[in-house]
Design a protein around this ligand. Structure first.
Ligand SMILES: Nc1ncnc2c1ncn2[C@@H]1O[C@H](COP(=O)(O)OP(=O)(O)OP(=O)(O)O)[C@@H](O)[C@H]1O
Ligand SMILES: [Mg+2]
Length: 137
């Protein structure tokens, strides 16, 4: 029996690894196929790293297993209380970065998930929510 929801702090680089492992276990136990597990873990990696690298604050990852007849789902939220994103549309564009990085994180996550929504206020923080559905076995 697995928990249906939970959370994990994002404060250290090690927390990114912990988030990845946690969500790998949770999604496997929930019955997601291997390909979807990999997609979801990749998204977790990118979003947890964004909190760690860009926000300048601590954050938290919250997760919840979703249930619909014949389907399994997961919703994840990455919340921080940092610098915020001034232009969300620009941030989601492939190749946009303020950190001399690849700028492929958010656009990649959007592609891998069924939905991604971003709420952000400058100097208040950022919340990125993602959802992924799979077929129940
Ligand atoms: N939690 C966050 N707080 C503040 N700014 C953020 C946050 N997440 C993303 N951003 C902003 O959005 C930009 C784009 O993010 P994205 O993940 O797509 O690219 P990146 O992190 O710069 O590079 P990559 O993920 O490819 O290494 C970042 O450069 C940063 O300016
Ligand atoms: Mg990134």
């Amino acid at each position: 029996m697995t928990n249906e929801s939970g959370e994990n702090p994002i404060q250290t680089e090690g927390d990114i690894v912990t988030c990845r492992k946690l969500i790998r276990n949770v999604t496997s136990a929930a019955g997601f196929g291997m390909t979807d597990v990999t997609r979801i873990v990749t998204a977790v990696s990118e979003l947890a790293r964004n909190v760690y690298v860009h926000s300048g604050s601590e954050g938290v990852m919250r997760w919840q297993i979703l249930d619909k007849p014949g389907q399994i789902g997961i919703q994840l939220e990455f919340e921080d209380f940092g610098v915020g994103i001034p232009d969300i549309n620009q941030a989601v564009e492939a190749g946009f970065t303020t950190a001399g990085s690849m700028g492929m994180g958010l656009s990649g996550v959007k592609r891998l998930m069924d939905s991604m929504t971003i709420k952000s206020d400058v100097d208040m923080g950022t919340t990125v929510s993602i959802t992924k559905w799979g077929r129940a076995k």
